[in-house]
Design a protein around this ligand. Structure first.
Ligand code: IMP
Length: 191
C-alpha cells in the first residue's frame, strides 16, 4: 500500500484523514517517522507555510508528504487574520482572545464577509501540488454555540442560520474549508 506522511501533530486531523483513506493509502504521522522537529511556519501565506512543512519532511526524511495550513480571511480587515489566525491575539494560541480581538476590530463595520481557506501542499516524487478548500460566510456580532474550535462560534457559513459552533461535526465537515480541501486530496488519489 502507498505510504504518505501527513506533516501534522494534530491527532484529530490525522484520525480524520486515516478514516477517509482507510485501506487505500497508509497515512504516517510525524511521530511514525521519528520526526520531532519543530517545523518553522515562517511564510506569510498559507501556501508558503504548507509547502515549508511538506518540503521539510520530503527533504530530510525522504517520504512523500502533504501538509495543510488554514486561515480565516475577513474582507473588512484586508484578509486578516489570515495566515496569522492561530496567533492573532498573541503567541499563546488562545481562541477566546482571538475571537474577542476579531469582534473588536470589526466593531461598527457593516461588511462582515469572511472565508475560511485551507491549503494542502502535496509532494509526490518530484512533483508539488497545491489544493485548496474554501467556505464563504460572515462574522457574527457575538459568539454563539459550543461545538468545534477556534473561530467557529463567530463564523456563520453562507446559506445557514447557525454558526459552525452550533452545527454537528458531520454537517460542518460536509461544507467546511478543510472538508473541501481533503476531498480534492482524496480525489487526486482517486479514492
Ligand atoms: P491550522 O492551520 O489548521 O492549525 O489552523 C490555524 C488556525 O485557524 C487555528 O488555530 C484556528 O484558530 C483557525 N481555524 C482553522 N480551522 C478552523 C475551523 O475549522 N474552525 C475555526 N477556526 C479554525
Amino acid at each position: 500500500m502507498k505510504k504518505i506522511v501527513f506533516a501534522t501533530n494534530n491527532l484529530h486531523k490525522l484520525e480524520e484523514l486515516r478514516k477517509l483513506t482507510e485501506g487505500k493509502i497508509e497515512i504516517l504521522s510525524l511521530k511514525d517517522i521519528n520526526c520531532n522537529d519543530d517545523i518553522p511556519e515562517t511564510a506569510d501565506t498559507l501556501e508558503g507555510n504548507a509547502l515549508i512543512k511538506a518540503r521539510w519532511v520530503k527533504e530530510r526524511y525522504g517520504y512523500d508528504c502533504f501538509a495543510d495550513d488554514t486561515g480565516l480571511e475577513v474582507d473588512a480587515l484586508d484578509g486578516a487574520p489570515g495566515v496569522y489566525s492561530a496567533r492573532y491575539a498573541g503567541d499563546n494560541h488562545d481562541s477566546e482572545a482571538n475571537m474577542r480581538l476579531l469582534l473588536a476590530n470589526l466593531e461598527g463595520k457593516s461588511d462582515r464577509r469572511a472565508r475560511f481557506r485551507t491549503v494542502i501542499a502535496l509532494i509526490e516524487g518530484c512533483e508539488e501540488h497545491i489544493m485548496d478548500g474554501v467556505v464563504e460566510g460572515e462574522i457574527t456580532l457575538a459568539p454563539s454555540g459550543e461545538n468545534g474550535f477556534g473561530y467557529d462560534p463567530v463564523f456563520r457559513p453562507e446559506g445557514f442560520e447557525e454558526t459552525f459552533a452550533e452545527m454537528g461535526a458531520d454537517q460542518k465537515n460536509k461544507i467546511s474549508h478543510r472538508g473541501r480541501a481533503v476531498a480534492k486530496l482524496t480525489d487526486y488519489f482517486s479514492l
